[in-house]
Design a protein around this ligand. Structure first.
Ligand code: F3S
Length: 394
């Protein structure tokens, strides 16, 4: 890989050990993937923030690589809400280690965003911007909906890119690799969880391929967010298009694609197969983190109603989104639901207390049943069904 004189100095350790580790990691990744050079990035987003995910080994690596970042950088959710200390209590050791991780990130100049939706209030890349984002749901949103360019970074490579301000130029940074592989139509009208189920279905059946969705331009951004999160969780796909809607669909013009038609009933069956028939102990909403529009919508549905005491309702969003939705949050809290920032239903150790969780998220339906995430029984339904369990006077 070609390195500038400045990059070589960093590589040789003249700017300190942390920068040397960072650039060597980027160069190794670039060489394995055939990149010819490093290119400047506009921002980075780091995953692997929760102590539950990175453990002592991750904390040790973090301290070794800790140096000031060169571009605006945000952080994914961690194991608990820093102000509420919930949704489930964590023990003192977990809390201490988590706070140590946070202090290390802050010392590097990284924003305390703690969200997988940094694009709502913390940083919104523009069309064509090169960025280095980890967190599969965020990076697919950046690629597909915002038209930014990022590979599927891991926590360490996104951090290394933030420290150097550059990333190796390969994969989804190049237009040719962003073109669709196949076209998908759905025989039925999708809602939020239907879009999420479609993501799971395509991830399982066409792993790593880039779909172009046709005939679904009615889907709102937060429904496409659900689709993207699900396909990126269930496969290595990190990009998609929606005909006449997403900015890089321009790359598909005049091309012919293999056509796939998905029967809506197949998506319903998939949700059913994943679901337990037990009554949930918990309804968890906000994977990925909720937008202000979603919070306003939920508030409109629960306004003036009361929650069934036998089921908890937890919502997850970023602290800035919550701050900017204060009226709706009050309505939701008056209803009896709890709204958490900084954390999420997957990285918080929910299974310490809850074992049957109802969700409308394809990504959560993929992770929560896994042993490492507590082996939860899940109930995967659309939002209105979830609400039917929670509201007592509807
Ligand atoms: Fe976000 Fe956590 Fe889901 S990071 S996408 S809410 S698993």
């Amino acid at each position: 890989m070609y390195l500038t004189q400045e990059e070589e100095r960093i590589y040789n350790g003249e700017k300190g050990e942390a920068q040397a580790i960072a650039i060597r990691l980027l160069v190794s990744i670039g060489e394995i993937n055939g990149a010819e050079q490093l290119i400047p990035i506009k921002s980075a987003h780091i995953s692997g923030v929760s102590y539950k995910n990175i453990g002592d080994g991750g904390l040790k690596f973090l301290k070794k690589i800790a140096d000031k970042v060169k571009v605006p950088t945000t952080l994914n959710p961690l194991g608990f809400d820093l102000e509420r200390n919930g949704p489930v209590e964590v023990d003192r050791d977990f809390r201490e280690k988590q706070l140590e991780i946070i202090r290390t990130f802050i010392s590097m100049g990284i924003k305390e965003s703690f969200t997988c939706t940094p694009y709502y209030f913390y940083q919104q890349p523009k069309y064509g911007d090169h960025v280095a984002w980890a967190e599969s749901s965020a990076l697919i949103y950046a690629n597909a909906i915002l038209g930014a360019r990022t590979n599927r970074e891991g926590g360490p490579s996104a951090l290394a890119a933030a420290i150097i301000g550059k990333t190796p130029n390969f994969g989804l940074h190049l237009d040719n690799n962003r073109i669709a592989d196949y076209e998908v139509a759905v025989d039925g009208r999708l809602d939020y969880s239907g879009a999420a189920a479609l993501g799971l279905y395509l991830g399982a059946n066409y792993p790593g391929k880039i779909p172009r969705l046709v005939g679904v331009d009615y889907l709102r951004d937060f429904e496409l967010k659900a689709f993207g999160a699900a396909i990126a969780a269930s496969s290595s796909t990190s990009m998609f298009h929606v005909e006449n809607r997403t900015p890089d669909d321009i790359l598909n013009r005049g091309r012919k694609f293999e056509k796939v038609v998905v029967d809506y009933n197949e998506l319903k069956n998939l949700m059913e197969e994943k679901s337990s028939h037990e009554k949930p102990e918990l309804i968890a909403i906000g994977c990925p983190h909720l937008s202000k529009d979603e919070i306003d919508y939920i508030a409109s549905l629960v306004r003036g109603k009361k929650k069934d005491k036998e089921v908890e309702v937890f919502l997850f969003a970023s602290r800035e989104t919550i701050k900017n939705s204060s009226e709706s949050i009050k309505i939701i809290e008056d209803f009896g639901a709890k709204v958490f920032a900084d954390t999420c239903m997957v990285v918080a150790p929910l299974s310490k207390k809850y074992h049957k969780t109802a969700i409308n998220s394809g990504k959560a339906s993929f992770y929560l049943p896994m042993k490492e995430y507590g082996g939860q029984e899940i109930i995967f339904r659309n939002f209105n069904d979830l609400l039917r369990w929670a509201v007592i006077d509807n």
